[in-house]
Ligand binder design. Structure first.
Ligand code: AMP
Length: 297
């Protein structure tokens, strides 16, 4: 694996891979890599010939007062994980490469970025869409891999490449969890032992909802009440939202009539965590598609 900083070198390496007829997979990250990122990189490696992982802690997706300053910066671990997953290139652009002095251009996400996490983080998805557009412009991959854990983000990015006519497929990779059920996240590093115990109520609440739906429950009102009881039992956990949504357009649903996503966002101390699960009523096929958009080159 090569670590590269400049766009010129990146483009040269990608052009060389393409001249060998190789298919390019891309995994964009903020750094602080863990086994969730590893799974994305491994999947890219299994499905593509040449894999680029970027680490860029993007300032524009953090609002003032959020955790940009203390976000985990673990360059050595990042390089180890990227190499272990089979990355060919670890791209580490500097801030001026992505946001040149006096930069003028950004991408604005509409209603899709204003609901759910967008209510607490109003400019967040504009920052994500802007940086990913730039990263895609530099890497020009055939396939981009994104995690199911950040469900709304995956949808925003899928919509982004379709609306901006960017010729890349977006593939969704299932959430990787610790053995105790907690979804892996760079932000888990902030949690004290007591906070981690409280955080476990999130996957527990999701599992309980899955169980009720498997037993035939169809009422969002009753499911929400069950979920909220589990979350209320956790010490120091503050629920931001519990939403039942249609996986196609992220709109709220009031009954489990087809495959539905349950999303939870909560704060534990100063840490904000998100997680989600698919709810599949018996007799209805899972919605599950790993390929979100199809724009093969
Ligand atoms: P981040 O560095 O947090 O921006 O994440 C980079 C990519 O890894 C995003 O597509 C995330 O959705 C994905 N990701 C983060 N955590 C997990 C996880 N636990 N399982 C699967 N994918 C993940």
């Amino acid at each position: 694996m090569r670590s590269i900083e400049t766009t010129a070198e990146l483009r040269h390496q990608i052009a060389t891979a393409r001249s060998r007829g190789e298919r390019v997979g891309f995994v964009p990250t903020l750094g602080g890599l863990h086994d969730g990122h590893l799974e994305l990189i491994r999947t890219a490696h299994a499905q593509c010939d040449f894999v680029v992982v970027s680490v860029f802690l993007n300032p524009t997706q953090f609002a003032a007062g959020e955790d940009f300053a203390r976000y985990p910066r673990t360059p050595d671990v990042d390089a180890e994980i990227a190499a272990a997953g089979g990355a060919d290139i670890l791209w580490l652009p500097d801030r001026l490469t992505i946001y040149p002095k006096g930069s003028e251009i950004s991408v604005r996400v509409g209603a899709l970025g204003a609901s759910l996490c967008g209510r607490a983080r109003p400019d967040h998805f504009d920052g994500v869409a802007t940086v990913v557009t730039k990263l895609l412009g530099a890497v020009t991959p055939d396939v981009m891999y994104v995690g199911e854990k950040d469900y709304q983000q995956a949808h925003v990015l899928d919509r982004l490449v379709r609306e901006l006519l960017i010729p890349v497929e977006v593939r969704l990779v299932p959430t990787v969890r610790s053995p105790d059920g907690l979804a892996l996240s760079s932000r888990n590093a902030y949690l004290s032992d007591a906070e981690r115990t409280a955080a476990l109520s999130i996957p527990r609440a999701l599992e309980i909802a899955v169980g009720h739906v498997a037993e035939g429950e169809r009422s969002v009102g009753r499911l929400r009440a069950q979920v909220e009881i589990v979350l209320a039992e956790a010490d120091g956990l503050e629920v931001e939202y519990v939403e039942f949504i249609d996986p196609d357009d992220l709109s709220s649903v009031d009954g489990i009539d087809g495959a539905t996503r349950l999303l939870i966002a909560a704060r534990i101390g100063s840490t904000r965590l998100i997680d989600n699960v698919e709810l599949v009523p018996t007799g209805i096929p899972a919605h599950h598609a790993t390929e979100m958009s199809g724009a093969p080159r």
